[in-house]
Each structure stands twice: as C-alpha cells, then as structure tokens.
Design a protein around this ligand. Structure first.
Ligand SMILES: [Zn+2]
Length: 357
C-alpha cells in the first residue's frame, strides 16, 4: 500500500538517516520532526509483550526550547520499499498531529512516569487484526540502576491486512486516546476504559476540521480523506453531541454505566470540547477527583467556575437550538435560560453570549 505520506515535507538527507520537519497546524505554531534511520538497528528491538523482533525504527520528535525531543518510537518488523517511504513514517506523521493537538489544545503531554517520554508503537506483521495499548516495563530500556523502564506501548497487529486508510487513522487515534487522555472507567460499558473511544472521536473530528480548513492534507491522516473523516464524524460524533446538548448530562445514566452511560459520557465530553474555551476544557480533563464519569461531570462545572467569564462556542450542528451548558453559579448574558438542573442550564444563545462568574 502506497500512501505518499511524506508528501509536502522537506527532506534533509543525512549520511545515515532521513530527517523530515513537520510544521504545526494549530495556533500557536509548533514544529515537529521525523527521523528515519536508513539502516536496520544494530540490536533489533523486542516487543515488551510479544516474542517478535523489530529491526527498523522511526522516531517522532517535538520541538521545545529550540530542541527536538522524542515523543514516538515506531518499530517495524519488515519494510516495504525505501525506509523513508514506509508506512511507519506515515504513522509517525499522524501521531505527531495527535500529540500537537494534546500539547497545544489540551495542555497534555506524555507522562513523565515513562522515562523515555515516548509512546512506543509496534507495527506487527502477526496477530489478529486490531490494536492494543498497554503500559508495561521494557527490558530493552533499562534505567541507570539496571531496572527495566516503564513504557507506554501501542501494538497494531496484522498490519499487512490493514488496508483501509480511515481504519488505520481510527485504530491509531483510539489507542493514542488510551495512551494519553485521562482514564475514565464505565461500569459494564462496551469497553472498561472510555478514553480510547473518546480519543478517536476527538482526534478524527479535529483532523476533519484541519482538512476542511486546508491546514492539513490526507498525508497527515494516514491517507484518510475529508469525505471519509466527515462520514466518521457524522456517524460517531455528531449524534452523541446532539444527544448531550438536547438532554443535558444524564447523571443517572453516567452513574449506572452500560452502553447508555458510555454514550452519555462520550457525548458529555465531546459537547464540553465543542462549547468550552480550550483552556477550560483542558482543565476539565485534569480536575476529576476519581475515574468515574460522574466525577468528569463535576469537573466540567469546576473548570467553568475557575474563570471570571467564558464564552460558549456553538458548533454549526447546534446553531439556533436550545442546548444545555454548565452554568453553575454563573450569570448568562446574551442568552435565555429555559430550565436548570444540577448546575446545568438549558439555554438559547445569541452570538454575543457570555457566562460571568
Ligand atoms: Zn479501546
């Protein structure tokens, strides 16, 4: 499968590696880079959870304080074509977009409990189709005292069978959500941890917006097109946001869990990401006092109460409709309150609507 995933990147060829610099797509601007060694590793990397060995690697780096620091190590068992045209380079490019969204919009970065600060991605020829995120220890990555380092890993299986571009993007976005977004546990949910499903929805919606604005190209999205991403958003994101906006937080469903609670949580978090200023949404991610969806509902109210005022953004699909917003003890100007429940208010908003605390 050829993706042309290096399209548009400036290549600086060195004797033993290729180096691509990647300009940021968000404000403020950032820079990242992809380093591709042209030769195999002297000591092939072993997966920390499987027997397989990976002789090839690509490193994704982010710039900070004038220096590039690693955030991804993408390992490959066998190459197709030249190292710099391999799918592992496209995987790294896509993941660099996701860490850019995390760092710029959500003030999240890879945890310091992982000494490498990387998410290590193993592109596996074998295994059943699918992917898995796991925090584990890696004997190949020893610490100064000799003990094995804690690592944050994603394994993607049967990569030769993974031919759908949108499915590549969805799998990676899902596992990166598990790897980096705060964990929320849903009792009796379709999956125990909801941060994977939240991640794929947040990141693919963001990348669809970036493509629509001409800030990114399908080379940034594993080859997934604007049509494919918009179809994904229409099926998997918009209905959840609309349900949350029309019904409010559904506290009883959040507490009960199951599929209803899972969907209610996803809708609530996606609505929060849609309507809150990005600094307030970022605070909502780190304020929960436990890993329950009910704690997240409280964290949204706590985050909005921290600022002197905030302006709700209304996405196109909610324009002109009454929606539930986290009002708390705030005063709404430029809108009308229709109902209240548990700190939330059902409101209609005009363009200049603002909540003051
Ligand atoms: Zn998952």
């Amino acid at each position: 499968m050829t993706f042309a995933l290096i399209a548009g990147l400036a290549l600086q060829a060195q004797a033993d590696f290729a180096w691509f610099e990647v300009e940021g797509i968000l404000t403020p601007p950032t820079k990242s880079a992809i380093r591709v060694p042209l030769a195999p590793l002297e000591r092939p990397k072993r997966s920390p959870i499987h027997e397989w060995v990976f002789p090839r690697t690509v490193t994704g780096m982010v710039e900070g304080n004038g220096e590039f620091a690693p955030r991804f190590r993408v390992f490959r068992q066998s190459l197709e074509g030249k190292p710099e045209e391999d799918v592992s380079v496209g995987v790294t490019r896509f993941l660099l977009r996701l860490v850019e969204i995390n760092r710029t919009s959500f003030r999240l970065d890879h945890g310091v409990e992982f000494p490498s600060r990387t998410v290590d991605v193993y592109l596996c020829d074998g295994g059943d189709p699918g992917a898995l995120q796991r925090a584990t220890v890696d004997k190949d990555d020893s610490l100064p005292g000799g003990s094995a380092a804690k690592v944050n890993t994603i394994h993607v299986y049967d990569v030769k069978g993974l031919s759908s571009r949108i499915e590549w993007a969805r799998e990676l976005a899902h596992e990166y959500g598990h790897a980096t977004l705060p964990p929320v546990r849903i009792a009796k949910g379709p999956e125990e941890w909801a941060n994977g499903d939240l991640g794929e929805r947040i990141y693919l919606r963001r990348m669809a917006q970036a493509l629509a604005l001409g800030k990114a190209t399908p080379s940034d999205t594993m080859g997934a097109t604007l049509d494919q991403l918009q179809e994904y958003v229409g099926k998997n994101v918009t209905p959840l946001v609309l349900a949350a906006a029309v019904q409010g937080p559904r506290s009883a469903d959040l507490a009960a869990g199951g599929q209803e609670g899972f969907d209610a949580y996803l809708g609530l978090a996606l609505l929060a990401e849609s309507i809150l200023p990005r600094s307030v949404f970022a605070r909502s991610l780190v304020l929960p006092d436990d890993q329950s969806p009910s704690a997240y509902e409280r964290a949204i109210l706590a985050a909005t109460a921290e600022v002197a005022e905030w302006k709700p953004s209304v996405p196109a699909e909610l324009a002109g409709k009454p929606i539930w917003i986290p009002l708390g003890k705030g005063k709404l100007e430029g809108g009308t309150i229709l109902a209240r429940a548990g700190g939330w208010a059902k409101v209609t908003l005009r363009n200049e609507a603002v909540v003051t605390n």
